[in-house]
Write a protein that binds this ligand. Structure first.
Ligand code: FES
Ligand code: FES
Length: 167
């Protein structure tokens, strides 16, 4: 039996009829065609499906669509505003924080909440903060640099070097 839910996604209100067992990630991708939210594992391990729900980062494969009733969701499609990259998107671009890009939408949404709660995190806090999001390409160093860069940009401070570091 279908259940009617109302969700606000990227500022737009949607009323949808969904199966009670439908996962939120499938609602986002298949009913709303917002395919920037990825599915890596479907078992809450990888974080590729991370979105913001009422400002909090959540793995949308662990939530039923009916549980999002009345909530406000943000997906990667709404992170750039008027064609301008967000500080985090710019940080990932400038610091080579992505290779294949599969983890990137989830990383950016997770980092969005991280910086909202802690605008000047240490490297260790960043590494802990993104520990629920897996990246199989980058080795994480450039993702951490990207988040440090975005934090500096958001605080209006001098931007750190984007030169590659060899360790
Ligand atoms: S697809 Fe949701 S955590 Fe991997
Ligand atoms: S850039 Fe490929 S999984 Fe992270």
């Amino acid at each position: 039996m279908l259940k009617e839910i109302t969700v606000t996604v990227n500022g737009e209100k949607h009323t949808l009829e969904v199966e009670p067992r439908l996962l939120l990630v499938h609602m986002i991708r298949e009913l709303l065609n917002l395919t920037g939210t990825h599915i890596g594992c479907d078992t809450s391990s990888c974080g590729a499906c991370t979105i913001l729900m009422d400002g909090k980062s959540v793995k949308s494969c662990t939530i039923l669509a009916v549980q999002a009733n009345g909530k406000s969701l943000t997906t990667i499609e709404a992170v750039a505003v008027n064609g301008e990259l967000s500080a985090l998107q710019e940080g990932f671009k400038e610091n080579h924080g992505l290779h294949c890009g599969f983890c990137t939408p989830g990383m950016i949404l997770r980092a969005t909440e991280l910086l909202a709660n802690n605008p000047n995190p240490t490297e260790e806090e960043i590494r802990w903060g993104i520990s629920g999001n897996l990246c199989r390409c980058t080795g994480y160093n450039n993702i951490v640099k990207a988040i440090i860069y975005a934090g500096a940009k958001m605080r209006g401070e001098e931007l750190p070097s984007t030169e590659p570091q060899f360790v």
